[in-house]
Design a binder for this molecule. Structure first.
Ligand code: SF4
Length: 256
């Protein structure tokens, strides 16, 4: 895939920004602390699933003090619909206590400090820095990773490689919202199983070779492939006619 130019990257973000000039996270949160909790809970879970649980949780616990007071067991009751909830409950209580003990009850603003919180990795730290504190960070999740590798915007085998590639190619004026535009694009158009290239606003700028240019294209291709790989029917072996040679011999005899 040829390397994408900064000019093409600019065009991509100009178009992605047209449909949603001020994109927001789809996770429900009330303040930086609830954002940290929501993002920590969202690992390997959908935003919709996390929002269902946090809507009632944040009514009773929207500060580190209230969350620590709630305790692991009670917190578990609010979040048990979310995958891996036991480990997440443990981390949320531990990070609440750490924020109280080491950061004066305020969510820290640097990546290094955020990453010291239990259950908070680079991706979560980047989301919090971006959404809560308005810093131009890129949190590479599964959607961004896929979109960037498909389009050629930033290719790499790891989320970190893609993140560093994006930092180099995204024009400064698009950095703040870039990760939201890419997430929304991956979630609703450049989907994992079937990218909807036929309605993609950046189709002419994308370097992906296997574009899906009509809604029923994969079906057709599947049917074609299935037909190709189906075992060919073997011709039924010809049944030997008992007594045939004898018959010939008889015929020859008769002829002579
Ligand atoms: S053209 Fe297809 S593969 Fe490329 S970004 Fe659009 S949806 Fe994704």
């Amino acid at each position: 895939m040829p390397k994408m130019t900064r000019n093409t990257a600019r065009k991509i973000f100009e178009r992605l920004s047209e449909s949603s000039p001020e994109p927001q996270t789809e996770l429900y949160f009330k303040n930086p602390f609830t954002l940290v909790v929501a993002v920590a809970l969202s690992a390997q879970a959908t935003d919709v699933g996390v929002n269902k649980a946090t809507k009632t949780l944040f009514e009773v616990a929207d500060t580190p003090q209230k969350m620590a007071a709630l305790g692991e067991k009670k917190l578990g009751e609010y979040i048990k619909t979310i995958g891996l909830w036991r480990g997440k409950a443990k981390n949320v209580i531990a990070l609440s206590k750490k924020i109280i003990d080491e950061f004066g009850g305020e969510v820290p603003q640097t990546r290094e400090e955020l990453e010291t919180l239990p259950g908070v990795g680079r991706k979560t730290a980047n989301v919090v820095m971006n959404v809560a504190f308005g810093q131009p960070t890129i949190a590479v999740d599964t959607h961004i990773f896929r979109v960037c590798n498909r389009t050629g915007l930033a290719t790499g085998k790891t989320p970190l490689a893609v993140e560093l590639g994006l930092e180099k190619i995204i024009p400064d004026d698009f950095m703040l919202h870039a990760h939201h535009w890419l997430i929304l694009h991956g979630r609703y158009i450049c989907k994992a199983r079937k990218p909807e290239c036929w309605r993609c606003p950046i189709v002419d700028l994308c370097g992906f070779k296997e574009k899906v240019m009509s809604p029923d294209q994969p079906k057709k291709e599947k049917a074609k492939a299935a037909k190709k790989s189906a075992p060919k029917k073997k011709a039924a072996p010809k049944k030997k006619l008992a007594g045939k040679p004898k018959l010939r011999a008889t015929k020859r005899k008769a002829a002579s």
